[in-house]
Design a protein around this ligand. Structure first.
Ligand code: PGA
Length: 250
């Protein structure tokens, strides 16, 4: 089996005690499986308790949902990569569509966050994806390219580039129950890799798919060899349901 990443984006759910309860149940339900990595992106205040709860599981990593590009300073309300790393975060989401569309994060800001994460030794999972209007106008590739270009401009080092992962999350599929077909997703994943290769990125960039992934469609999506994993919101919130999706029960 090829290596797969199952990433849970909890958004604004599960404070520290709920995160601990989830972890206790999830640890009962699952065991490590070779070539299968489990990533959790809890709210920032739950990072420490979740990282602590999972510390004995080398297949599990914990990360921030959003970070600032500066490590310290007068940035009220922001999360420092240094502080997140101190409590156990080894990953961060960057440019999730909710950051871009609800909070006005620009493509350039996302790129700065990717660069800052790399400099801090934290693995960035850069989220890209088109809106429904862009898809219907046949501008999916253009939208994804627009989000990727500033990252190529800012992150030039081949070693750094090799540490970036991308999540393709069509905005119209997030939390809507409407997901891309495996073929639609795979087409965009191939485009993302082709584009990055043209920009001189080394190797094969790992690309996860996200947007209304659930127990009913995860297997079909992951049957596409162009998908390196899934990034899941709603269906990752219950320990039983998420354990079923990652398929490591027993
Ligand atoms: P969803 O969210 O699985 O609830 O659609 C995915 C995401 O926003 O990462």
């Amino acid at each position: 089996m090829r290596p797969l990443i199952y990433a849970a984006n909890w958004k604004l759910h599960h404070g520290p005690s709920a995160a601990r309860e989830f972890a206790a149940r999830f640890l009962e339900l699952t065991r490590p499986v070779p070539d299968r990595d489990l990533w959790f992106f809890p709210p920032a205040v739950s990072l420490a308790s979740l990282a602590d709860a999972f510390r004995r599981r080398s297949d599990i990593r914990v990360g921030a949902q959003n970070v600032h590009w500066e490590l310290k300073g007068a940035f009220t309300g922001e999360l420092s990569l240094a502080h997140a790393a101190e409590v156990g975060a080894t990953l961060t989401l960057v440019g999730h569509s909710e950051r871009r569309h609800l909070f006005g994060e620009t493509d350039e800001q996302s790129a700065r966050k990717v660069a800052a994460a790399l400099a801090a030794g934290v693995t960035p999972l850069l989220c890209v994806g088109e809106t429904l209007a862009e898809r219907e106008a046949g501008r999916t590739e253009e939208a994804v390219r627009r989000q990727l270009e500033p990252v190529s401009a800012l992150v030039a080092d081949a070693g750094d580039r090799a540490r970036v992962l991308v999540a393709y999350e069509p905005v119209w599929a997030i939390g809507t129950g409407r997901n891309a077909t495996p073929k639609d997703a795979a087409d965009v994943h191939r485009y993302i890799r082709r584009h990055l290769t043209e920009r001189g990125w080394p190797g094969r960039v790992r690309v996860l798919y996200g947007g209304s992934v659930n127990a009913g469609n995860a297997l079909a999506l992951l049957a596409e060899p162009d998908l390196d994993g899934v990034l899941v919101g709603g269906a990752s919130l219950a320990a039983e349901g998420w354990a079923e999706i990652v398929g490591v029960g027993g």
